[in-house]
Design a protein around this ligand. Structure first.
Ligand SMILES: Nc1nc2c(c(=O)[nH]1)N[C@H]1C(S)=C(S)[C@@H](COP(=O)(O)O)O[C@H]1N2
Ligand SMILES: [Mo]
Length: 194
């Protein structure tokens, strides 16, 4: 299994980011209820050569892998050693063929949630479209059947119940980013609020 729990070194910080406390629980944080998603398909559109509609088997076929990752919530808790299985963002970007003028990405979710990141900050091996947690299908409360995880950012950058990935030629703001949360969301720099 690929272990990316050392990625704090890239950001010059300790494994536990400043102002965070470690928990062994896995709290659920959602802006509303848990939507039911029977048939997960992921739409990919915007500044790409080929818009895609991908099923879970399609995602699997792009090259799924298991990764050990830490999970940092902006409200102050961190859960170490989450084992997610999914497909890394770069596999999907390669498949869609990202246009030269794409600079930013918006993730869309079934509960109406959105979140945005610069393309360079989500085109990373540890950004996963994940459907398994700790060897089990991803629980619905945690975003099952399909979510994004962003261990190098606060977890609001990882859309649960993800429905779409939109490549943008100009930055736009997601749900929490419009409401004052940081676009950067770097836990080691404590970029919590804009
Ligand atoms: N679709 C969707 N994704 C979401 C959210 C949400 O409300 N809806 N909340 C975000 C926030 S603020 C956090 S901290 C994490 C929480 O993930 P968890 O419930 O698995 O702990 O999901 C993020 N992704
Ligand atoms: Mo959060």
């Amino acid at each position: 299994m690929k272990d990316v729990t050392d990625l704090h070194a890239e950001f010059g910080g300790e494994r536990l980011p400043p102002g965070q406390r470690k928990t062994s629980r896995f709290p659920v944080l959602s802006k509303g209820g848990t939507p039911s998603v029977d048939d997960p398909t992921l739409e990919v559109w915007g500044a790409v050569e080929e818009p895609l509609t991908l099923s879970l088997p399609d995602l699997e076929a792009l090259g799924a892998e298991r990764q050990r990752q830490d999970f940092h919530c902006v409200t102050g808790w961190s859960r170490f050693d989450c084992e997610f299985r999914g497909v890394p963002f770069p596999r999907l970007a390669e498949r869609a063929g990202v246009a030269d003028d794409a600079v930013h990405v918006m993730f869309h979710a079934h509960d109406g949630y959105t979140t945005d990141l610069p393309l360079s900050e989500c085109d990373r091996e540890e950004v996963l479209f994940a459907w398994e947690l700790d060897g089990e299908p991803l629980p619905a409360d945690h975003g099952g059947p399909l979510r994004v995880v962003t261990p190098h950012k606060y977890a609001y950058k990882g859309a649960k119940w993800v429905s779409g990935v939109e490549f943008l030629t100009e930055p736009e703001r997601g749900y929490w980013e419009k409401r004052g949360y940081s676009v950067d969301a770097n836990p080691w720099k404590e970029r919590r609020y804009a």
